[in-house]
Unconditional design. Sequence first.
Length: 226
Amino acid sequence: MIRAVTFDAAGTLIAPREPVATTYARIAGAHGIAADPPTLDAGFRRAFRAAPPMAFPGAGPNEIPRLERRWWRAVVADTLGPIAAAQPSFDACFDALFAHYACAAAWTLFADVPPALRGLRDRGLRIGVVSNFDGRLPGLLAGLGVAADAVVWSTRASAAKPARAIFAAAASALGVPLDQLCHVGDDVEADVCGAEAAGARAIHVDRSGASAEGLTTLVARLGRLG
C-alpha cells in the first residue's frame, strides 16, 4: 500500500519562468558579457550534464552553502565559456544569476500540480519533494505555495538521485518504509530507475509534450499500485 508520494522538483513540479538561456543572456549582457541564447542553451545543457553530482558527502552544514555556490559557479563558467569567465565582471554576473534563481518569481508551478497535491491530501497520503537541488529549494517551494511534509535535497542528504540514500532519507523523513513510497519525476534514470532500485515505486511524468497524460492523471494511477 502506498502511504507517501514524493516528487522531483525542477521539471516535475516547477520550471524556470523563462528559458534558462534567455535569463543567462540577459543577466550576462547587463554585466558586459555578450552571449546569444542558442549558444548558451547548448552550453548550459552540456555543462549541467558534465557537472559532478550535486552532493557533498562529509561536508559540514556550515560548509555546504559555499560548496553549492562553487558548484554552480563552475556550471555558469562552463556555460558562458572561458573568455567570459575570465572577465572582471564575471563574479558579479554569477552572483546575480544565483540570486535570481533563489527567488520564487523566477519559477512557475506547472498547472496540474495544485489539483494533484490536493487529490493526494484528500486521500490521506503524505507528500514529499526529493530533488537534486541546493539549499534554495525550500524557500522556492514555499514561495510558490507548495506545501510538503518533507523536502529532501541532494546537498542536504549528501547524496544525489539516483542514489538510494536520498530516497531512503525521504522515506525516513516521511515516516514510511521505502516499499510504501512512490516517487514521481520526469527523469527516467534519476527518478524512475533510482526510486525503483531503492525499493520504492515510481511514476514517470512526461513534460516534453509528447504525452497528454498530466500529473493529475498519473497520480490517479497510484490506486493501482497498492
